[in-house]
Write a protein that binds this ligand. Sequence first.
Ligand code: A3P
Length: 813
Amino acid sequence: MLSVLRLRRLIRQVPLQTSFIFLFLLCILSVFLSSYFLYAVKRKLEPSLTAGHSADDLYVTPSRPLPFLSGVGGTLSSDGTRTDPVVLVFVESPYSQLGQEIVAILEAARFRYRTEISPGKGDMPTLTDGQRGHFVLIIYENILKYVNMDAWNRELLDRYCIEFGVGMIGFFKANENSLLSAQLKGFPLFLHSNLGLKDCTVNPKSPLLHITRARQVFSGPLPGDDWTIFQSNHSTYEPVLLAKTRSAESTGLMHTSVVQDLGLHDGIQRVLFGHNLSFWLHKLVFVDALSFLTAKRLSLSLKRFILVDIDDIFVGKEGTRMKVADVKALVETQNELRRSIPDFTFNLGFSGKFFHAGTDEEDQGDDLLLSYVDEFWWFPHMWSHMQPHRFHNQSVLAEQMMLNRRFAEDHSIPTHLGYAVAPHHSGVYPVHIQLYEAWKRVWDIRVTSTEEYPHLKPARFRRGFIHRGIRVLPRQTCGLFTHTIFHKDYPGGPQELERIIDGGELFLTVLLNPDPCEDKRHKDIWSKEKTCDRFPKLLLIGPQKTGATALYLFLGMHPDLSSNCPSKETFEEIQFFSGHNYHRGIDWYMEYFPLPSNSSSDYYFEKSASYFDSDVAAVRAAALLPRARIITVLSDPVERAYAWYQHQRAHGDPVALKYSFHDVIKASHNAPVKLQVLQKRCLAPGWYATHLSRWLQHYHHDQILVVDGQTLKTDPATVMQKIQTFLGLENQVDYHKILAFDPKKGFWCQLLDGGRTKCLGKSKGQRYPDMDKQSQVFLRSYYRDANIQLSKLLYKTAQVLPGWLREDLLNIR
Ligand code: A3P
């Protein structure tokens, strides 16, 4: 402080001319400083490959401490509390092969990630949020994109890595233009490219090994002849994988093809691969690198649960069945596997009916297999290998199972199958209740697997679940199909099988462990009674108190349309997609729609007013009924809120009875919780744009019709005409002839024979006092922005603006 005062005094004392000279010198100095940092330092920081060094004349460039680096170390390992567990992956393009493979592994391991196209310059995503880092690890599909990044961004990224202890994984893949030998400029590391390698070993001293084991040697050529090896004598570099060049003699030198940078050079830990992920060992090392560099935050346990089913025992046709030698091979293979996996046991799926149905030699094979009955686990298919979903009657199904059970008892096959996987082809599917019941009754099965889900590929996206106490594992066929009998006949040839084992789908399955109506296979596995025609083609989604019940009644009067059966709990509404009923399954939902007849009235519809503002209804409905039509009735949200409040009072809601409408809509954050809950239920459905846009995310706007609630009240026949066109119904009904205005009710009602009318109950079209002025003013302003948004949305989706909305917009102006 004292020195500042002194300086100010000094400046005041110097003559003006001297001050100018001083200022001028200061400017010159700052120009020099800027140009030094912009050009000199930048050039120093700009790393690229420099040619010219051979493997022999290796020298080490002095390590390049970054300007901001106070010293190496300190924050080397990832600090779990300071970074989000998200991996930032810089890919070459959205379609690049290696980028996709990296993402596939992250997805399969359920690690969160974000991909960015490697920026040529600039565009580094935001890395921190004050004290918190957004990423726990950085991956470069092409490490040269990192090395050659502009100095500014490079410094930003390096600083981030050091401060947050974040590591980096990079791949170096040479192309025909790559220099054969080069130094990674700025790093004491030399690369030699475009090599063919063979005989790979794992460095047992490598600190990152977790899933990868060091003991074995991979003999033979590594895939591809464009490998890069790394060379350095700096202590920061530790080989992870080593291999010989293909031309080397058997005693040839080992070269590093995957290297770990321990962070001793610039404070950042890295793992660099001299090739992509196509070599299976790289996949292992990659998963280990993820774990090591994130201090085990992104780590997979060493446990794997593997059950190998061998299906269709006894089922094969004559000439393709197991003989004595095959059975012996099966036992030997199991013993072989038991050497690495204690107690490993094959799981054999049997259909007793076909026992001894082969040639003499094959029948001897059957006998030998049964003599080893205790060596294996067994699980039942159907007695005659029929697919269980073909049975429509539970007792016939159970009888078939009993036959297989008796066969099992006769041959001492253990029938306590609690741990076993049940019939294959079972199409185990939440709808197949009678199958579950029969299983439980005959076999007491508690574990099974899902249907193959042909549309849900890759298999890593499949999830298991528990249904009615039975655990359903997500099926992983790993590219192995039960119909492949002979090795030589594998589709695409045996080498294709080798490929899926050597780093392919089967390998990854072990390492990492949609709409049923659109899916032929799913339709096949349903019984005949379950057809997609038993689902509604039209959903009336509400919201509450806009006139949806009246519309439901009017639609039901149309000869082409059939409404759902009433529910004991929720009356005319099923409320399937919005709440807990969803977990009762689609069988339960289907029961609300009668079996389809051949008449043209099998155009089912249902109305559940809770769908409109539900967070989940739209996505769920679109998953089951992607082609459905959707109708929403929108009336003035101010009126709607008031009608809803009055409805609650009429139904004796204690909170609504206790508080005035004004109290409800104006309740603050300090108000009693019950009042706040009521307020939300009253006001939130009126944010029409928010809810409607959710439906528009899942349905095309052509599938959605917005009906004006006011017109529905005053002129329902016109509305019904519009709806019939929207639904494309064959019979056009003139609703002027079948509706009549009931002066007593004050609403339009169904016209019955003899001129009588059938109106909605007294809770629809209630009589209550007008809304108070203050509440009106408050709500007009409350819904103003939401209404503006709605008008934009309707305009964009080519919907007609309801009259009340036009009026509201005019008043806003
Ligand atoms: P009020 O009871 O407040 O008058 P929903 O069926 O969606 O819950 O909507 C009920 C509202 O539908 C009623 O609110 C009423 O205004 C309106 N409505 C429209 N046409 C009707 C009709 N023909 N009969 C009875 N109510 C009708």
